[in-house]
Design a protein around this ligand. Structure first.
Ligand SMILES: [Zn+2]
Length: 235
């Protein structure tokens, strides 16, 4: 009698313990998966492209080429570190739909397409890469702009600006700036979004630096360090 009652009871207890352990394990796995999902997908946006060269350095190099080169280097660094990346472009093109009447609105369609890529990327951090230009050739230094529509944007911009000061340009005392309506993407995007003007093509010394692959790798590495820190601390 004792055996007939107790043994099944003990067996069901053991079974319950086993199920509980399995359930706990599953919960842990789910939490880990959820944790992984907080790492953002970095949408790297190489500014300009194709018909739109952007600013031009004294030796005639268009901004679009330097933007894309640094963007590809940044992609490789982030990917090697396990941070997911989406590129708005990997070629020398503007992103407008060739099947519509695009005359006179290539640039508007291009910006809308870039905005759409960011919006369609879940848990996105948008990082646009540009070069600066100014009539006065004296000005130099990396400058970060942030979207005012998401509080994480300024935090990411601060990390990039501060990292640039620490590892790339010790004398750079520029402060991050909130983007106004003149920077279409940052003005309209509601996801965390920053735009880095990596240097002034109008400054001959800085343009010469940016013409060197080693320096472009240093710029990409600076962005990588800041974005990796952002992934750990902000997202
Ligand atoms: Zn630009």
């Amino acid at each position: 009698m004792f055996r007939r009652v107790i043994l099944p009871f003990l067996l069901s207890l053991a079974l319950l313990a086993g199920v509980s352990a399995l359930f706990a394990e599953k919960q842990k796995t789910d939490a880990q998966t959820a944790g992984e999902q907080t790492v953002p997908t970095v949408v790297i946006d190489a500014g300009h492209g194709g018909e739109d060269g952007g600013a031009v350095s004294a030796d005639g190099t268009p901004e679009k080429n330097i933007n894309l080169d640094i963007a590809l280097r940044l992609r490789d660094l982030l990917t090697a570190d396990g941070i997911p990346v989406v590129m708005t472009r990997t070629e020398d093109i503007l992103l407008y739909d060739r099947s519509v009447d695009y005359q006179g609105r290539k640039k508007a369609l291009d910006l809308a397409a870039r905005k759409q890529i960011a919006e369609e990327t879940p848990n996105c951090l948008f990082v646009s890469i540009h070069m600066n230009s100014y009539p006065d050739a004296r000005y130099d230094g990396l400058q970060v702009w942030y979207s005012p529509n998401n509080p994480a944007s300024k935090a990411v911009a601060d990390l990039i600006q501060n990292t640039a000061r620490e590892v790339l340009q010790p004398d750079n005392d520029r402060q991050v700036k909130a983007a106004g309506s003149s920077i279409y993407l940052l003005h309209h995007l509601t996801v965390p979004a920053v735009l880095t003007e990596c240097g002034f093509l109008s400054n001959p010394a800085e343009a010469a630096k940016l013409a060197a692959p080693d320096y472009r790798q240093e710029v990409a590495f600076t962005l990588f360090l800041a974005i990796r820190e952002a992934c750990e601390e902000i997202f």
